[in-house]
Design a protein around this ligand. Structure first.
Ligand SMILES: *Cc1c(COP(=O)(O)O)cnc(C)c1O
Length: 425
């Protein structure tokens, strides 16, 4: 990376002292709309001849700082901030897909993404084909004439399983398809997917980026690398747009056309805007991302090592451990750490899992990850309760499985809490 270092960008990218008041922290522009200078100014904003604020659903100055910061940290040309990670995914696919089109997705994804792709997207007739990240050839085997994207997570949730991004990027490139990487679990502090060939990076800012478990947000980052005009597969970018006087977005906006499409078509028409307040909270969180993320990883590694040696624990799945089958991949793509979310198995079954989770005191029992606080969930009794036993096991949510998201508390306190709860099972 040339220019300022990551820690400097995390604090300064996109932000200037407020031109009217001198405010140093980014103000929360808590307004729905912005006054035009005159009718010509309004016309040029609506016609995309000039950039500017019109209405907070599409753009807002607090949100704009967040967007510039995330784009800078990921090394992209532009970013769009939206209401949540799932909203970001919806807007990305709406920009790429026509009804009947297909995309290939890793089967090891955040559970909510598996639901969104497998169920919600059916109403748009966007068809997912699952591939196995442990068998890279399965991605190429799933590609057809109708494939319009490949979707993976950099560090897969849970387990800190790192996917071979460059190998999948090579397949995407060979077939003229953009590679989308969900970088939520890694954050750009640990891994920058664009450097390995990603064309689009997507975030749930709700997790480690915001980092304090207080605000929902999502982001879409345009790498500026994909040629949208090489085929007629991406009409939203390569064909004249009737909403904007026949403008062709790729022709007009070049290497940030995808971000523009997501903003002036996706966000404008589908509507999931981030609130200025949430943008402010997440921006503040990002200022300490490098410090927090390193502590998250260091604590998680210490906890994983401790659990591995515990008599009541049957296995620990964390790629930060030297004997994990994915450890070499983790060292290649995420050398500063394997993230903070992993699973382990308790000796005994369902009841032991329930007793353990209820006995924890410092850990919060809830369905989130990426908080300063340490979090725990027993998937078999919560997120995956509806599934049959065999389905639970296939999804990595067998009766003995516990998922942890390790926080940035004192690591001795985290380990002591786990030990006292293990003593009760
Ligand atoms: C949470 C999460 C999402 C969805 O984000 P929301 O902000 O909850 O909508 C997507 N991908 C991953 C990896 C996540 O952890």
């Amino acid at each position: 990376m040339s220019g300022p270092g990551f820690e400097t960008l995390a604090i300064h990218a996109g932000a200037q002292p407020d031109p009217t008041t001198g405010a140093r922290a980014t103000p929360i522009y808590q307004t729905t709309s912005f006054v035009f200078d005159d009718v010509d100014h309004a016309a040029s904003l609506f016609g995309l001849q000039q950039f500017g604020n019109i209405y907070t659903r599409i753009m807002n100055p607090t949100q704009a700082v967040l967007e510039e910061r995330v784009a800078a940290l990921e090394g992209g040309t532009a970013a769009v901030a939206v209401a949540s990670g799932h909203a970001a995914q919806l807007i990305i696919f709406q920009s790429l897909m026509q009804p009947g089109d297909e995309f290939v997705a890793s089967r090891k994804l955040y559970g909510g993404s598996i639901n969104q792709f497998g169920h919600a997207f059916k109403s748009f007739d966007w068809r997912v084909k699952w591939a196995d990240p442990d068998d890279i050839s399965s991605f190429e085997a799933a590609i057809t004439e109708k494939t319009r994207a490949i979707f993976i997570e950099s560090i897969a949730n849970p387990g800190g399983i790192v996917v071979d991004i460059a190998a999948i990027a090579a397949i995407a490139q060979k077939h003229g398809i953009p590679l989308i990487v969900d970088n939520t679990m890694a954050t750009p502090y640990l891994c920058r997917p664009i450097e390995h060939g990603a064309d689009i990076v997507v975030h749930s800012l709700t997790k480690f980026m915001g980092g304090h478990g207080n605000s929902m947000g999502g982001a879409i980052v345009d790498a500026g690398t994909f040629d949208w005009s090489a085929s007629d597969h991406y009409p939203m970018l390569s064909q004249p747009r009737p909403e904007y006087n026949g403008i062709v977005l790729h022709e007009t906006f070049g290497n940030f056309a995808f971000a523009i499409a997501c903003r002036v078509l996706g966000l404008r028409d589908l509507g999931p805007a981030i609130s200025p307040f949430n943008a402010f909270m997440i921006l503040t969180g990002i200022e300490t991302l490098p410090l927090r993320m390193q502590r998250h990883c260091d604590n998680a590694k210490a906890v994983a090592e401790h659990l591995k040696g515990h008599e009541k624990v049957s296995w620990v799945s964390y790629s930060g451990l030297a004997d994990h089958p994915n450890h070499a991949m983790m060292q290649k793509y995420s050398p500063k750490g394997a993230g903070a979310v992993f699973t382990f198995g308790l000796k005994g079954g369902f009841e032991v899992g329930v007793t353990f989770v209820e006995a924890l005191e410092l850990f919060s029992h809830l369905a989130n990850i990426g908080d300063t606080r340490s979090l725990v969930i027993h998937p078999a009794s919560t997120t995956h309760k509806q599934l049959a036993d065999e389905q639970k096991i296939a999804a990595g949510a067998g009766p003995d499985v516990v998922r942890l998201s390790i926080g940035i508390e004192n690591v001795a306190d985290i380990i002591a809490d786990l030990d006292q709860a293990l003593a009760k099972v």
